[in-house]
Design a protein around this ligand. Structure first.
Ligand code: TNX
Length: 507
């Protein structure tokens, strides 16, 4: 078979040679190993081909008729693996995550040809460039079920993303059960943007998402957005929030979109920002934050809690500073590492080690770069989510039916061609990696989410995983390798956007 591309792999591995020969799947009798990745590989092959391999042992046949999976900490750096397909087929993970990523690579080498299914011969040694490779899903503006989030985890962990940030609260709804403040979900979760139905995760739902993600080596980062983006809190507990601040921009934009203005205590179904704030000078606000953070920390095995901090336009700067200094400290007291949007870096005394999430543009505007740098001065580091390249909710083209345009129009090439260490004037060591956020104002269904996320998330995956200077780390190579993901996404029922920039292949 003539391969659609000499290296049908995304993200590009650290080093790889891929041959022309194939091992027919029909020759493989089973998979050897005792890791959970064995069952994940058997499932993955079965979903793609209908062939369900057995679990087998060394004695079941010659080396070229089995796939063997094992762990060897010396095989590669953390999360890395080596993979061989040839006279024998073997994946050696440096750890369980590495084995899982090796399995994802092997599934990309599994191709259907005129002669049936086969594994393309390859010799690969791989490990990630950045330890932080994240995606974010906004489940507030629109709500997505546990099953839909799990499908999202499958598709993004297959691209070797290892963090899932869940934006759990915003003006339009509160989406996580908190036992000490039960009205949050009883009253403030019922609707979504545009008046669409809302929803929330019970604690068991959230635990199910966390463990599903963990089995795919993704750490869940829950976000409670504070002190702005808090209108929904006031639907449940009006005494915790200020009256909406109706700035001129909000009034004009709401009129243009035909959306209602926020009314205190009533569900907000528009998507204007910057009008809500919790009460900064009421001690009860901090009792609330402490309870929510404590309950979330109990539910979350991962080390992080995100406290938001973006677009608090209705909160005076001095109040904002007081609030975020206290909120980051509350997260530390709960035993977690605070994460916050870059505006939080305006406050001098944020808790040491707080991680900032930069969502300004690739050419920083206003005070964004200074705010971001302050996290590093306080012993923290940065996650890069530059909005004009990494925001998955921007339109691909100005006539694309879904998405927004405030940060620009982001086609696949633009999503691919940026460098996270060159946005801010900071040492490379200050950059933990990349996160690609999907805000859901215009994404009403998981189909809509998938149209916006795929294929652009693959561009962010390669930026976060692959070596910056590899010869194949170019747009021309990427677009033809990306093309080969189409049959994998089709099998997984992912409604990806068939951008005309990409020469999609059938198999
Ligand atoms: C800005 S990015 C926001 C969100 C919106 C998004 C839409 C950020 C930290 N805040 O509230 O959903 O733009 O693109």
């Amino acid at each position: 078979m003539v391969l659609p591309h000499s290296m049908p792999l995304v993200p590009l591995p650290h080093s790889a040679t891929v041959g022309d020969d194939r091992t027919p799947l029909a020759r493989i009798v089973g998979v050897i190993g005792d890791s959970p990745a064995v069952e994940q590989l058997i499932d993955g092959i079965s979903k793609r081909t209908g062939v369900r391999l057995a679990r087998s042992t060394e004695s079941d046949g010659p080396a070229d008729s089995t796939i063997s999976l094992r762990i060897d900490p010396d095989a590669a750096a953390a999360e890395g693996y080596t993979l061989t397909v040839g006279s024998s087929t073997e994946i050696v993970g440096a750890d369980e995550a590495g084995l899982y990523y090796g399995v994802q690579t092997l599934l990309q080498l599994l191709r259907e040809g005129d002669d049936g299914w086969g594994l393309t011969h390859a010799s690969i040694s791989d490990a990630p460039r950045f330890p932080r490779r994240g995606v974010m899903l906004d489940v507030t503006r629109h709500f997505f079920s546990v099953a839909e989030v799990e499908k999202f985890i499958d598709a993004t962990s297959a691209l070797k993303f290892n963090h899932l940030h869940l934006h759990l609260t915003d003006d339009q709804g509160w989406r996580i059960q908190i036992d000490s403040w039960p009205k949050l979900t009883e009253r403030a979760s019922l609707t979504a943007a545009g008046g669409d139905p809302g929803g929330f995760y019970s604690k068991d739902d959230y635990r199910a998402i966390v463990s599903y993600a963990a089995a795919r080596h993704m750490v869940v980062i829950p976000e409670i957005d504070l002190p702005g983006h808090t209108h929904a809190i006031g639907v449940a507990y009006p005494e915790l929030v200020e009256a909406p601040v109706l700035n001129d921009g909000l009034v004009a934009e709401s009129a243009r979109l035909g959306q209602p203005l926020p009314v205190k205590g009533e569900p907000y179904v528009g998507w204007g920002v910057g009008h809500s704030s919790v009460r900064i000078h009421e001690e009860r606000t901090y009792d609330f934050v402490r309870d929510v953070v404590r309950e979330l920390a109990e539910l979350t095995p991962g080390p992080y809690i995100h406290i938001g901090g973006d677009e608090s336009l209705g909160t005076p700067q001095a109040d904002f500073d007081v609030f975020v200094e206290r909120a980051t400290e509350i997260v530390v007291e709960a035993g977690k590492i605070p994460v916050a949007w870059h505006e939080v870096g305006a406050a001098a005394g944020i808790a040491e080690g707080t991680i900032g999430q930069y969502w300004g543009k690739t050419t920083p505007e206003g005070t964004h770069a200074e705010e971001a740098a302050h996290f590093v001065e306080r012993g923290g580091a940065l996650i890069m989510s530059a909005a004009d390249v990494a925001y998955l909710d921007m339109k691909y083209s100005s006539d694309f039916p879904l998405g927004l345009t405030w940060a620009g129009v982001v086609d696949v090439r633009k999503a691919y061609e940026w460098e996270p260490t060159e946005v801010l004037d900071l040492p490379d060591s200050a950059i933990l990696g990349v996160e690609a956020p999907l805000w859901s104002e215009t994404a009403r269904t998981i189909r809509d989410v998938e149209q916006l996320v795929f294929p652009r998330a693959a561009a962010q995956a390669e930026i976060a995983w692959s070596p910056r200077s590899a010869p194949e780390r170019t747009w021309e190579s990427f677009r033809s390798r990306l093309a080969t993901l189409a049959p994998l996404w089709e099998t997984a029922d992912i409604d990806f956007h068939r951008s005309e920039e990409i020469p999609w292949t059938d198999r």
